[in-house]
Design a protein around this ligand. Structure first.
Ligand code: DQA
Length: 155
């Protein structure tokens, strides 16, 4: 069974209470619970991690290179300036899908740049919590895994 890590970066532990007008009202726990159900239906095993610290995110990425088949990464604000996280993604050989709840291209100028995008296999943004389900679907396609009809989306 394929194993996917869903890795969330800074401030995403506060989902649900943090700027709900932008990020929605679902907590990170409820998003993870929903993803677990979606993944189960796809025959994929998902594991989760969250860190507010750049170095810890890099350590988790390194550890995943031998433990996981793919990663869904919401690097939060690090997306826009962390060359260290970009280099960590480039260093590991498993596919990484960049995810954002909000449409970063429709927001402040500094969010239009993603320094990690060139080393990810693709970017999904703007679909709220559903961005994570869509990223999982993208990885399932990559693994030639059949994708069942998805249940009602979380957001
Ligand atoms: C975010 C977008 C980033 O610009 C922001 O810093 C976040 C969340 C998103 O999921 O929309 O923390 O990654």
């Amino acid at each position: 069974m394929k194993k996917i890590l869903v890795l969330n970066g800074p401030n995403l532990n506060l989902l649900g209470e943090r700027e709900p007008g932008i990020y929605g009202s679902s907590s990170l726990d409820s998003i993870c619970a929903h993803l677990t159900e979606t993944a189960e239906a796809m025959g994929i095993h998902v594991v989760f991690a969250q860190s507010n610290h750049e170095g810890e995110i890099i350590d988790i990425l390194h550890a995943s290179r031998t433990e996981c088949d793919g990663i869904i990464l919401n690097a939060g604000a690090y997306t826009h300036y962390s060359y260290a996280i970009r280099d960590a993604i480039a260093a590991i050989r498993i596919p990484v899908v960049e995810v954002h709840l909000s449409n970063i291209h429709a927001r402040e100028d500094f969010r239009h740049t993603s320094v990690i995008a060139p080393v990810c296999i693709g970017q999904i943004c703007g679909f709220g919590a559903d961005s994570y389900d869509l990223a999982l679907t993208a990885l399932a396609f990559r693994f030639n895994q059949s994708v069942p009809k998805l249940e009602k989306p979380i957001s």
